[in-house]
Design a binder for this molecule. Structure first.
Ligand SMILES: Nc1ncnc2c1ncn2[C@@H]1O[C@H](COP(=O)(O)OP(=O)(O)OP(=O)(O)O)[C@@H](O)[C@H]1O
Ligand SMILES: [Mg+2]
Length: 357
């Protein structure tokens, strides 16, 4: 595999998000009018012990879920883009002279990496990209260096290979979120330009926060909070197994007390966590204000989440749907797309790497 966070031209590929509770796949194509078309998507559940802290814990189980999702996707494509969790990646922006030759830049990147990576360099993969001119000097450029432990990359690649897939791109989940955000921005007034937008992805175990200002990333954090807390409360209250609790959460059928005594308190707590993250961001950065909140991840599909977060934060809030303006293949169940879309943000951002729309 060619390891690269920044490869730009690739063959068509499947975007694959291997998260803590499921494998999510998205396949996009060029709609012929400069945009994307949603060809297909699929989600296959992962057993609780398949992944641990963003790492592959049981390769066989992860490979099985990948195989299942791929089958559900119904594609001939086998090339894939995967992502590492941001927590597995060290990234740093450095300033370099603008007119360096490629080899000299590589040597300088290695020198820089040596200083801040706490592992021997032969155990890591390093990639870099010139982001643009340095803020205060015309003769210098800003370079983003990204490094990850080889074993973290190899575990994911191995699981995909066992499933019969071929990994072409290894990205980082927060970069994929930012890529997909370009599609979500149309949901905001004036495309979010010149505004500060906080993307909050609330999954099963983690809450991932990415902030963009004028559509450029300025901040990324993650904290432990997610839908597992609600699942566990359902299990405890109603004496259900984890699988049963997961199903009834989405499909209903729980006793009447569920709404008021379990769901509503959880949604309140979620809104409080978002408000806290917002306050932490505004008090610890130069940005004193958030203009829009975009909610993503499975928890964004809970009814009432949008209004509750908006009430608590007093910030205009929308639920992410990167497919909103896309043409959609007849293979896809259209009515289900808005409900499934928020959890597919990362997979969508990865799939975008295979289309030059
Ligand atoms: N319609 C729904 N109603 C309530 N909860 C839902 C719904 N859809 C998904 N969820 C919850 O969202 C969570 C899964 O979201 P998501 O797929 O974003 O998580 P993940 O990416 O696997 O987790 P993480 O990012 O923490 O690794 C689960 O807790 C699931 O129960
Ligand atoms: Mg997730």
């Amino acid at each position: 595999m060619k390891f690269s966070f920044f490869t730009e031209t690739t063959p068509p590929l499947i975007g694959i998000d291997v998260s803590s509770t499921s494998v999510k796949m998205v396949e996009l194509s060029d709609d012929g009018r400069g945009g994307y078309k949603l060809e297909s998507y699929a989600v296959a559940p992962l057993p609780a012990d398949a992944m641990a802290d963003g790492n592959v814990a049981d390769l066989g189980k992860v490979a099985d879920a990948l195989k299942l999702a791929w089958k559900m996707l119904g594609t001939r494509e086998k090339h894939a883009a995967l992502a590492l969790p941001s927590s597995a990646v060290i990234s740093k922006k450095v300033i370099m002279t603008a007119d360096l030759r490629e080899e000299d830049m590589e040597a300088q990147v290695e020198g820089e990496a040596n200083q801040y990576i706490p592992f021997p360099l032969d155990e890591v993969n390093i990639d870099f990209e010139v982001i643009g001119p340095a803020p205060n000097s015309e003769d210098e450029v800003e370079v983003l260096i990204v490094a990850a432990r080889k074993e973290k990359i190899e575990d994911r690649v191995a699981a995909a290979e066992v499933a019969g897939l071929k990994v072409i791109v290894m990205d980082v989940d927060s970069y994929a979120t930012e890529a997909a955000y370009t599609l979500v921005a149309v949901q905001l007034p004036n495309g979010g330009s010149e505004k500060t937008v906080m993307i909050v992805d609330i999954g099963a175990s983690m809450m991932h926060i990415n902030v963009l200002h004028d559509n450029k990333p300025v901040y990324a954090r993650e904290q432990s909070f997610g839908g597992n807390q609600l699942t566990q409360e359902i299990q405890r209250r109603f004496g259900l197994s984890m699988e049963e609790a997961e199903i009834s959460k989405r499909k209903g059928g729980l006793p009447e007390s569920y709404e008021s005594e379990v769901l509503q308190p959880f949604v309140q707590m979620l809104a409080m966590e978002v408000a806290r993250a917002q306050q932490f961001f505004t008090s610890s950065t130069q940005y004193h204000h958030v203009d829009h909140i975009v909610l993503a991840g499975g928890c964004a599909s809970i009814p009432e989440v949008e209004v509750t977060v908006q009430d608590k934060t007093q910030v205009h809030t929308v639920i992410a749907n990167p497919f909103q303006n896309m043409s959609v293949s007849s293979r896809v169940r259209q009515a289900q797309v808005p409900t499934d879309a928020p959890a597919l943000l990362i997979a969508c951002g990865l799939a975008m790497r295979g289309v030059s729309a």
